[in-house]
Design a binder for this molecule. Structure first.
Ligand code: ZN
Length: 1048
């Protein structure tokens, strides 16, 4: 899934949020995939405090369920789930043996089956089961409060979130009939299963479906017989139990047949309703699916866990005026009744349920064929199909790239990309039918921005990478989600840098790592591979750690092993595990025999480096698994402190963690692949730091040394003594002596060190002064990412004087660069993005040359009734200025309603949110929440944008509190959208009064939100903001006084 859209006013320039932290919308980055949907995007000139992004505390275990008889408690949840373990079902507990039949899988019963013939065993079992299930013993009933009860109050025979392992689905035949008038659907699911243990209870998932009938079919051909199954439903676990009159026989094929019906979902998951308005104003309805991670069960009863891979034959019934598309190509269409057509799709490859997809709509499409003969099509609503060409070409190019790179052919004959008018995240990788937000796929050549092009390319690249990483090879359980998402995020950069070199995506990679580190520096973060159990916990790990940290540690490994060695390792992994499921260790084992490019292979599968010019370079061996376990199994990342004494470079590693100064040391150690350059040599030197301290000896003394070259490593570096002074001097003198990535990483690291008290705020601010001469996009963006949050905090604390001085300092710092900007769309993608951001910054802060020009453009645009074509790079600044007066605001809103361009709509949305008029801001919240004229999918971005507005933030916080229950219903507890909204409305607070108010509200929610990771994140962030302001605010005020003369 592409987490980008995590809300996000992903204005044209914001789609990048998917790939790039935009300085003006830092708030959006706070959760880059906050979970799900990774991107954020709202570009308000408001900033959260990036350095204070919170870690992601884990949810508490799911409620524990007591076993029925003994009073002994069986807890499910992370503790019982054994993260990373291959066991799908926790060990049977004593009560499992006593209450209910599914527990027939207990060890006692198994011992019977070993010693007796099958028939005898079956008989014994069924007799025992009848005893146990038909007449539930009184000692079971005595614990009524804790033992699962089905919705009809009968005992429910399974008390775990995870399904039992002994019923295995092999093939699904789905027939689904959707009625877009009544907004209902019905269908029949036939699932071929086998049993690996005798049992008469089949547990599977079903959520919000009515099931009038279920049956079990035995045998094949003419010998088939069918018998009814009793159905029990247990909504708390989203499960049903099908009870057979007698146990299934091991090894025989059975088919369960379930008739069911449901309503199209009003949310963004399951089989859900979407609408759009035609140019003529007619509202049309379609139905689409979003199943990842746990919503396939809302569309058909199924074994809804990623390890239960099966094949699917799908039939969809629809009206003749619509079309249906699904994972596989259409085989035939049959008229089954008057006005009712049934489409039959080809049988799928073996795959997980969360990748199934189908859409019934009136979409149009455009298609092309790849070199290897795969038909690629883009589907969209008819009025926007002319915006599909860019994505179509990108998809063809990227699919061809991946087939070549992975050396594994794409296994289906087609790939459809569909733009859905209502979509919660950025995109979804359903096999053969990827789905997208319209703004993540459709490109309007006239109106779309440079960042929109970059964002669309990256999103398509991400979803197509998943066709291998995720679809072909799937994580066994959601605890290893990073194997899907970290790789897909990483492959975005690998593929697009080759297929679209003009986009220079590699420049933006390190920003992903900064983004992840802000969350990962908090005490409440979690390891990359982390236990999860229930649906809310599963949704929560669609976050920065799974996506961005995952990608960053893979990049670090690639840098260390060499690109070719790394590639051969992942190809080996994909080939070995095709159509299977994997765990963390399977990846490292595949890498174990791969050596660094300049290494030599040893018999034990490890590698050793050859001689190296650096005296300390020679390492004893390379154990990929041990090294990478330090990055995936423990949380956080290291701070590496460098002290230079003559030719000796002393290195020390410790856990980089924010929080009170007296927090205890964690004692974590990493295998850190260090890289460095010096004033005497720009060739990259390497050193694997495995111990707490070490020393390396340089051939000669140097003036400066810079570690983590190009930010390829996932760690922060502190330079003791005059190390920072040397680097600041270098930047002020000849900043081009090091790369723009290195300059950006110095800016980032300096401010990170301020927040843990290792560097003074004055020194960090001094370092930014060189930006007066900077022209490259990433160091400028990084500077803004560090500086804007500071005045954002001041805005919420009534510190007008210093706040005004600080903003003047910022504009003064960048004024030369702002003045150089042309008001055109000329230049490379990065030059265009820089222009868009700088002009917006300048205009929002009332830099008069900018404001006057923007006012002129807005006037002309308004006089032409919006038909004047503005350069897309300057449109945001023009709209932001135009929206400042009520007449301009109303005009912009009228254009919003009729615009067919996602970029333009996002730009207008952003502009509407920065007005200092409370009534209009409240109206925006109300309208976007309602969803009639502004789609509800935009609500998280609008809420967050208004939270960044100095006048609007109390309204946003109030709105969140008053509508919490409805928000959770629509966007789902644990989703990245909810996290995005929680963080967005609260993480810039920096007073104790606000902290108490936030704590009080969330604790009052109890199980409906108090345990969310994002709540812990935001509380930790506010605490950090308070400490930061207490420590640094006065120093900033004094520093500004001293700097004033120099800059102005
Ligand atoms: Zn993804």
């Amino acid at each position: 899934m592409f987490c980008i859209p995590k809300g996000v006013l992903r204005p044209a320039w914001a789609p990048i949020s998917a790939t790039l932290r935009l300085p003006l919308l830092p708030h959006c980055f706070v959760n880059s995939c906050l979970g799900n949907s990774d991107v954020c995007s709202s570009p308000l000139p408001g900033f959260p405090f990036p350095s204070y992004r919170l870690g992601l505390p884990r949810l508490d275990p799911a409620p524990s369920a007591s076993a029925c008889s003994s009073g002994s408690t069986f807890t499910f949840g992370p503790g019982a789930a054994k993260a990373g373990s291959s066991s799908v079902v926790p060990e049977p507990q004593p009560a499992d043996l006593l209450c209910g039949e599914a527990r027939g899988s207990s060890s006692k019963m198994i011992s019977l089956s070993i010693k007796r013939p099958l028939v005898t065993m079956s008989f014994l079992l069924s007799s025992l089961l009848m005893l146990l299930t038909a007449a539930t013993p009184s000692w079971c009933q005595s614990s009524e409060t804790t033992s699962p009860k089905a919705s009809n109050r009968a005992p429910f025979p399974w008390n775990k979130m995870r399904l039992p392992e002994h019923i295995i689905p092999v093939h699904y035949d789905l027939m689904i009939h959707v009625n877009l008038t009544t907004l209902t659907f019905g269908g029949t699911t036939e699932i071929e299963i086998t049993a690996s243990k005798p049992t008469s209870t089949i547990i599977l998932h079903s959520h919000h479906l009515q099931i009038p009938k279920a049956a079990l079919r035995k045998g094949a051909g003419e010998k088939q017989s069918e018998e009814p199954l009793r159905v029990l439903e247990y909504p708390p676990q989203e499960q049903i139990a099908l009870l057979a009159p007698e146990p299934l026989v091991v090894g025989l094929p059975y088919t369960i047949v379930i008739d069911y019906a449901g309503n199209l979902s009003e949310s963004f998951h399951g089989f859900y309703k979407s609408t759009y308005r035609t140019k003529e104003g007619e509202v049309r309805i379609l139905a689409s699916t979003q199943f990842e991670p746990t919503a396939a069960r809302m569309a058909f009863p199924c074994f809804d866990e990623p390890a239960f891979k099966a094949s699917f034959s799908i039939k969809i019934r629809r009206e003749p005026r619509h079309i249906a598309i699904s994972n596989m190509p259409l085989v035939k269409s049959v008229t089954v009744a008057e006005g009712l057509v049934e489409d039959h799709f080809d049988v799928t490859v073996k795959m997980s349920t969360y990748l199934v997809a189908f859409i019934v709509s009136d979409f149009k499409s455009v298609s092309k064929i790849t070199k290897s003969g795969i038909k690629v099509s883009v589907y969209a609503v008819p009025d926007k199909i002319n915006q599909a060409d860019y994505a179509l070409d990108a998809a063809v190019t990227l699919l061809e790239f991946y087939e070549d790179y992975f050396s594994i052919p794409y296994p289906l004959s087609k790939q459809d990309l569909a733009a859905i008018p209502d979509f919660q995240s950025g995109a979804m990788e359903n096999w053969g039918l990827t789905t997208y937000r319209e703004s993540s796929l459709l490109f309007d050549a006239e109106k779309s921005s440079a960042s929109s092009k970059l964002g669309i390319t990256m999103t398509v690249s991400h979803e197509l990478a998943h066709q291998w990483f995720g679809n072909l090879v799937t994580m066994e359980w959601w605890n290893d989600l990073w194997l899907n998402e970290g790789f897909a995020k990483f492959m975005e950069f690998v593929s697009v840098s080759v297929t679209h070199p003009e986009l220079k995506v590699e420049d933006y990679f390190f920003d992903k790592c900064f983004n992840a580190m802000e969350v990962d520096a908090l005490n409440s973060t979690h390891p990359v591979s982390t236990p999860v159990e229930n649906p809310a916990q599963i949704k929560e790990i669609f976050d920065e750690v799974s996506y961005e940290k995952g990608a960053c540690i893979l990049n670090m490994l690639r840098d260390y092993l060499g690109a070719d060695a790394f590639k051969s390792g992942i190809v080996k992994y994909l080939q070995k595990y095709s159509y299977k499921n994997t765990k963390n260790e399977d990846l490292w084992n595949s890498m174990a025999s791969i050596c660094p490019t300049d290494g030599t292979q040893r018999m034990d599968g490890f590698c050793s480096r050859g001689e190296h010019s650096s005296s300390h370079w020679r390492q004893e061996g390379l154990d990929v698994k041990t090294m990478m376990n330090t990055w995936t199994l423990q949380k956080g990342f290291p701070l590496v402190t460098i002290t230079v004494r003559g030719r000796n470079v002393h290195m020390k590693q410790e856990h980089f963690v924010k929080g009170p100064d007296d927090a205890p040391e964690t004692g974590y150690l990493w295998h850190v692949p260090l890289t460095f350059i010096t004033s005497n040599s720009d060739s990259v030197q390497r050193f694997l730091l495995k111990t707490r301290t070490d020393v390396l000896i340089l051939p000669e003394e140097v003036e400066w040394i810079k570690f983590n070259v190009g930010m390829s490593g996932y760690y922060i570096v502190h330079y003791e003594d005059d190390g920072w002074a040397s680097l600041t001097g270098l930047l002020k003198g000849t900043h081009r002596a090091i790369s723009s990535s290195d300059r950006a990483s110095l800016i980032n690291n300096a401010f990170q060190l301020v927040s843990i008290g290792k560097l003074s705020i004055e020194k960090a601010l001094d370092l930014t002064l060189y930006l007066k001469h900077e022209t490259e996009v990433m160091p400028v963006f990084q500077g803004l990412n560090e500086l804007i949050p500071m005045y954002r905090l001041m805005e919420k604390r009534d510190m007008n004087e210093v706040e005004t001085q600080f903003k003047a300092f910022l504009i003064g710092l960048l004024r030369d660069l702002i003045d150089k900007q042309t008001w055109t769309d000329e230049g490379s993608i990065s030059e265009r993005m820089l222009r868009s951001h700088l002009l917006l910054l300048a205009c929002v802060h009332k830099y008069q040359p900018c404001v006057q020009k923007a006012e002129g453009y807005f006037r002309q645009w308004q006089e032409a009734n919006g038909n004047l074509s503005l350069p897309s790079d300057v449109t945001l600044a023009v709209f932001a200025v135009g929206a400042q007066n009520p007449e301009g605001w109303d005009f912009l809103y009228s254009k919003y309603q009729s615009s067919l361009s996602s970029t333009e709509k996002n730009q207008i949305e952003f502009a509407l949110c920065i007005i200092h008029n409370k009534e209009k801001l409240q109206w925006l919240l109300d309208q976007s929440f309602k969803g009639d004229t502004i789609k509800t999918q935009e609500f998280p971005d609008i809420l967050r944008a208004i939270s960044r507005n100095p006048v609007g933030y109390p309204l946003a916080w109030q709105f969140l509190r008053e509508n919490w229950n409805k928000l959770v219903q629509k966007f789902e507890l644990g989703s990245s959208s909810i996290a995005y909204m929680v963080m967005g409305t609260t993480n810039q607070f920096s007073t104790r009064a606000w902290l108490e108010e936030v704590k009080e509200f969330f604790s009052s929610l109890k199980e409906n939100g108090s345990q969310l990771r994002c709540v812990q994140q935001t509380i930790e962030t506010i605490e950090e903001n308070i400490r930061w302001m207490d420590k640094n605010f006065d120093k900033i005020r004094v520093w500004l006084q001293n700097e004033k003369l120099e800059l102005l």
